[in-house]
Write a protein that binds this ligand. Structure first.
Ligand SMILES: [Zn+2]
Length: 246
C-alpha cells in the first residue's frame, strides 16, 4: 500500500520514493504526495523524475486501493525499483485546498443557518459547485450566504485533520449528518476534517490550515436543479500579492 503523505500533511509538495509498480495505466510508488481524484477533488498533476528521466503526471487516481500516477501520453516511465522524486504542481494543489476548504465552510453555514444538507458537489482549481436540499434559491440568498461565508472565513477558524476510530465516528452527530455510515466498513479509523466551529465531516481531501488562507469567495450563480435540489457556484478571488504571508 502506498503511504499517502497528503492525508497527514497537505503542505508537503514533494517526496523521495521508490517505484513499486509500472503498468500500462500508470506508476505506483511506495509513498506519494499526489492526491488521487475522489470526493469531488481532482487528482494532482506534477512530475516524477529519476536518474535519466522525467514523466509529467497528468492525473492521479485510486485503482484497487493503490494510488496510480497517470503519465501524459508518450511519457517515459521509470523502472520498477528506481528511486524517484515525486513533485506536485503546488500552485494548482494549493488553489484546490483553498477551494475545498471553502466548500466545507459553505456547507457548514448553509446547514447551520438554513438547515439544508448537501446533496452533491464538485470542484476545479478556484471554482466549485455545491448542491443543497433547499426548496428555493434566489440571487439575494446567494448574496446573503456569500457575506456570511466571507465573514466566517475571515474569522480564521483552524482546520484540524484527525483519524477517528470508526465506532466513535459513527456516533458523532456531525458525522452522522454528513452520512459517515456510507463509508465502507473496512475503513477504520475514519479521516475527519474539522473546521473549528464551522463544519465537521469525514473526508479524504486536502484542505488549508485555517480559513483565512482561503481568501475572498464569490457566489457567482444560484440555480435550481429540481425539487429540493438547488445549486450554488462559487469562485475564489485571486490572493493579493503578499497577502496572507505573515
Ligand atoms: Zn470535502
Amino acid at each position: 500500500m502506498t503511504d499517502e503523505i497528503f492525508s497527514r500533511d497537505a503542505y508537503q509538495d514533494s517526496t523521495e520514493a521508490v517505484v513499486t509498480g509500472v503498468t500500462e495505466d500508470g506508476i505506483v510508488l511506495d509513498r506519494t504526495v499526489f492526491y488521487a481524484r475522489g470526493g469531488g477533488q481532482p487528482g494532482d498533476t506534477g512530475t516524477i523524475s529519476w536518474d535519466g528521466g522525467e514523466a509529467r503526471i497528468a492525473d492521479t487516481v485510486k485503482q484497487a486501493g493503490e494510488v496510480l500516477h497517470l503519465p501524459e501520453p508518450g511519457a517515459a516511465a521509470p523502472p520498477v525499483g528506481a528511486s524517484v522524486t515525486a513533485r506536485i504542481d503546488w500552485g494548482r494543489r494549493h488553489t484546490l485546498m483553498r477551494t475545498h476548504t471553502a466548500l466545507h465552510a459553505l456547507s457548514g453555514i448553509v446547514y447551520t443557518d438554513y438547515g439544508a444538507k448537501v446533496t452533491g458537489g464538485n470542484m476545479e482549481p478556484g471554482v466549485a459547485r455545491m448542491d443543497f436540499e433547499l426548496d428555493g434559491i434566489s440571487q439575494e440568498f446567494g448574496r446573503e450566504v456569500e457575506q456570511k461565508l466571507n465573514a466566517a472565513l475571515r474569522n480564521d477558524h483552524p482546520v484540524h485533520v484527525s483519524f477517528v476510530p470508526r465506532a466513535e465516528a459513527l456516533s458523532d452527530p456531525d458525522l452522522i449528518r454528513t452520512k459517515v455510515s456510507l463509508i465502507p466498513e473496512s475503513v477504520d479509523p475514519i479521516r475527519v476534517i474539522d473546521i473549528e466551529g464551522l463544519d465537521k465531516q469525514a473526508d479524504g481531501g486536502t484542505h488549508v490550515r485555517s480559513t483565512a488562507e482561503v481568501g475572498h469567495v464569490r457566489v457567482v450563480k444560484t440555480e435550481s436543479k429540481g425539487k429540493a435540489n438547488k445549486r450554488m457556484r462559487i469562485e475564489l478571488a485571486e490572493p493579493e500579492a503578499g497577502a496572507g504571508e505573515d
